[in-house]
Design a protein around this ligand. Structure first.
Ligand code: KE4
Length: 427
C-alpha cells in the first residue's frame, strides 16, 4: 500500500524539481521518502499519513513557541482580516523595527525583508557600497542563503548534496569571495594582513548551524571584531538562525560581540516570511531612498508576516523563556550522550540556547574538517530509526536541531528513551 506521503512525493516530483521547494527537504542525504506535513500543534507535527512526530526541526528554527501557538494564530487572523498586504508602510512595521532595535542594541537602524537570503544579500551589497570595496570573506560550511557570491563552499543543503559551490555562479563573482576556515583566527589574520584594505565585509554565523552545530572559539570572535575594525571592513553577523534562538539578544548578546551589520530571520517571522537586516546608522543610511545602495521588496514588512513575528517576539520576552528553553535543550543532548555512552555508541551532542548538534564522532567538532570526519552513515541510520519511533530530526547530518517552548519534560524524556532503545541494539 503506497503511503500518502509517497503518493504526494511521486506527484510532486513530476512538476516540482526534486518534489520539493527547498532541496534539504528532499531527504536526499538521509534517503527515503520525505514527509509531507499536514498539521502542526505545539511540539508535534502530523504527516500526510496521520503519523505524529515530536518535531526538532520547527520549520528550521522559526517555531520557537511551538506550532500554532494560539497567540500567534490569533495575531495572524486579526492582521489578515485587516488586509493581506498594501505595498505601503504600516504601523506594525514601525512596531517591529522599534522592537528589534530595543532587543538588539547593535541595530541603529533596520529594514525588513522577506527571507534570510534577501537580508544577507543586501547586507553584502550595503557593505560594498559603504566601503567602496568588493571582496568578501565567508567561512567554509557556513550558509547564508542562496545569493550568488555566498554560494561558495556553502553549508546546509549545498553541503548536504556535495555541491558547496553552486553551478550557475559566474567565476568572476565567486572570485570575489574568499573562503576561510571557521574558528581559524590565525588564518583570518593572515588573510587580513595580505588583503585587508580590499575587504568590504566578513560574514559569519556566530554559531555555525549549517554544517551541523559548531560553536565559535573566543579567540575567533575576538579576531573577527579586531581585524574588521583595524582594516575598516564591515563585520556582518548572520543571525538568521541564532537570532532570538540562542538568547533574547541572539549570539551577539550571548558571546558579547558587537557587529556592524546583523541579519535576522526565522524566529522573527514566527514561521511566516519576515526577515531583516540592520546595524550602524552610518552604514544603513547608504540605503535607498536615502543613499545609493538599492534594495527593494514587494512583500517587505508584510503586515500578516509581521504580526506573526511580533506575536512570537512577545512570547520569547516572557520571564525565564530562554532559561527554560536552554535547560530543556541541554537535557535532550545530555540524555542522548549518556545513553550512547551507556551502550558504547560513538556519539556526542551539544547545545547552545535552543539549538543543538548531534554527532557520530568521539568529540564535538570545532571545525568544518572535524564535522566532515563525523560518521554520516551512522547519522542517517539514527535519523530513520528515530523517525520510525515518531521523532523528527533534521534530515541531514549537516543541520542543527531546534527545541521549542512547547516541548515538555515528558517529550524530552520520551525522545531520549527512543534513542536509548535504538542505541541498545546499535552495531
Ligand atoms: P532563507 O533565505 O532560507 O530564509 O535564509 C537563508 C539563511 C541565511 N542564514 C542562515 C544562518 C541560515 O541558516 C539560512 C537558512 N537556513 C536553512 C536551514 N539550515 C534553511 C532551510 C532550507 O534551506 O530549506
Amino acid at each position: 500500500m503506497t503511503s500518502h506521503n509517497q503518493q504526494l512525493f511521486e506527484a510532486s516530483q513530476r512538476i516540482i524539481p526534486g518534489g520539493v521547494n527547498s532541496p534539504v527537504r528532499a531527504f536526499r542525504s538521509v534517503g527515503g521518502t520525505p514527509l509531507f506535513f499536514q498539521r502542526g500543534q505545539g511540539a508535534y507535527v502530523w504527516d500526510a499519513d496521520g503519523k505524529r512526530y515530536t518535531d526538532y526541526v520547527g520549520s528550521w528554527g522559526p517555531m520557537i513557541a511551538g506550532h500554532c501557538h494560539p497567540e500567534v494564530v490569533k495575531a495572524v487572523q486579526n492582521a489578515a482580516a485587516q488586509g493581506l498586504g498594501f505595498g505601503a508602510p504600516t504601523a506594525a512595521e514601525l512596531e517591529m523595527a522599534e522592537l528589534l532595535c530595543k532587543l538588539l542594541p547593535s541595530l541603529g537602524m533596520v529594514r525588513l525583508v522577506s527571507s534570510g537570503t534577501e537580508a544577507t544579500m543586501t547586507a553584502i551589497r550595503l557593505a560594498r557600497g559603504f566601503t567602496g570595496r568588493s571582496r568578501i570573506i565567508k567561512f567554509e560550511g557556513c550558509y547564508h542563503g542562496h545569493s550568488d557570491g555566498l554560494l561558495v563552499k556553502a553549508g546546509s543543503g549545498a553541503l548536504t548534496f556535495g555541491q558547496p559551490s553552486s553551478s550557475g555562479v559566474p567565476a568572476e563573482i565567486a572570485a570575489l569571495t574568499t573562503v576561510l576556515d571557521y574558528n581559524d583566527a590565525a588564518g583570518l589574520e593572515r588573510a587580513f594582513n595580505g588583503m585587508g584594505k580590499e575587504i568590504a565585509a566578513v560574514i559569519v554565523e556566530p554559531v555555525a548551524g549549517n554544517m551541523n552545530l559548531v560553536t565559535p572559539k573566543p579567540e575567533f570572535l575576538q579576531a573577527l571584531r579586531k581585524l574588521c575594525t583595524q582594516y575598516g571592513a564591515v563585520l556582518i553577523l548572520d543571525e538568521v538562525m541564532t537570532g532570538f534562538r540562542v538568547s533574547l539578544q541572539g549570539a551577539q548578546g550571548y558571546y558579547g560581540i558587537k557587529p556592524d551589520l546583523v541579519t535576522l530571520g526565522k524566529v522573527m517571522g514566527g514561521g511566516l516570511p519576515a526577515a531583516a537586516f540592520g546595524g550602524r546608522r552610518d552604514i544603513m543610511q547608504c540605503l535607498a531612498p536615502l543613499g545609493a545602495v538599492y534594495q527593494a521588496g514587494t512583500l517587505s514588512g508584510n503586515p500578516v508576516a509581521v504580526a506573526a513575528g511580533l506575536a512570537t517576539l512577545k512570547l520569547v520576552q516572557a520571564k525565564g523563556f530562554y532559561e527554560n528553553l536552554s535547560r530543556m535543550t541541554k537535557q535532550l543532548t545530555d540524555g542522548l550522550t549518556a545513553s550512547a555512552k551507556k551502550h558504547g555508541v560513538q556519539f556526542c551532542a551539544q547545545s547552545v540556547g535552543g539549538m543543538f548538534g548531534l554527532y557520530f564522532s568521539k568529540a564535538v567538532p570545532a571545525s568544518y574538517a572535524e564535522v566532515m570526519s563525523c560518521d554520516k552513515e551512522a547519522f542517517n541510520r539514527f535519523f530513520h530509526a528515530m523517525l520510525d519511533a515518531g521523532v523528527y530530526l533534521a534530515p541531514s547530518a549537516f543541520e542543527a536541531g531546534f527545541v521549542s517552548a512547547a516541548h515538555t519534560e515528558a517529550d524530552i524524556v520520551a525522545t531520549v528513551a527512543a534513542a536509548d532503545k535504538i542505541f541498545s541494539t546499535w552495531k
